[in-house]
Write a protein that binds this ligand. Sequence first.
Ligand code: HH2
Length: 292
Amino acid sequence: MRWPEQVHSLVFRFPAPGSTRIPDGWKVEWRGCAVLGILNVTPDSFSDGGRHSQLGAAVAAARAMRDAGALMIDVGGESTRPGAVPVTAAQELDRILPVIRALAEEEVLISVDTMKAEVADAALRAGAHLINDVTALRDPAMRQVCADAGAPAALMHMQGEPRTMQRHPTYTDVVAEVRAFLQGRAAEVLAAGVPSVLLDPGLGFGKTLEHNLSLLRATADLSSLGHPLLVGASRKRMVDTLAGVPDAAQRDPGSLALHLYAAQQGAALVRVHAVAEHTQAIRVQAAIDRVG
Ligand code: HH2
């Protein structure tokens, strides 16, 4: 079977939007590459305006992404960009909980991009369905929160920590090291009772351009680990390095090129800002593949 025809699934221990009942929980299934829409509720992404208009804008943006075909919306209250300043759990919750509550009644999966167990716990109680943790649930409290809630988790590879990770990324064999890390993390997290996982090579997280490209070229290999592969290149610096686009908001065409490659090589999900553009392009690409 061609990679883009592959059926992917996530298992939940509670009914999630679009899920069907299976013996040990509820399963969400999709064919080919789906889209995870990025919803950043950080002051720099939704600048100025009072809290209400900020919430209204965030919810409207999420609905637009769902209507444009996103399988999942990734709500984040803390930036993990290189050099980003950490925020407290209270600040993060203050930003994301109103958005999660407002979206909980909508027919869309909600993932929460957080590194903190306290934030994950409150987000899942407020109606989120999945935790996206760039530290791959290395905190045992994070594993416990996901296991207790019966929520899947996205496990991402990162070398170092966000503040300093881009200083001197070094690997002997980046693909082998990331592959082994993801395999090990998946085994530990599933053994702790988390029902299912997404794996993510973590483009830009402690990686040079060469590392990112090697990992992208290894999409088929990383997709064969037995868990859906998530790839996130959206508006990242690698697009600037490759195509000379200093303004992050202008990087969607380059991001789309990277994500289409990943989709064709077996990625199950791409994490993107421009949802409508990606769903359109992936549908067209899948149709060409089906004809061939
Ligand atoms: N990239 C960012 C954040 N979270 N999560 C996963 N699983 N994979 C990624 O590649 C990933 C991620 C990027 O950092 P951030 O500062 O949050 O920017 P944005 O959310 O606008 O991409």
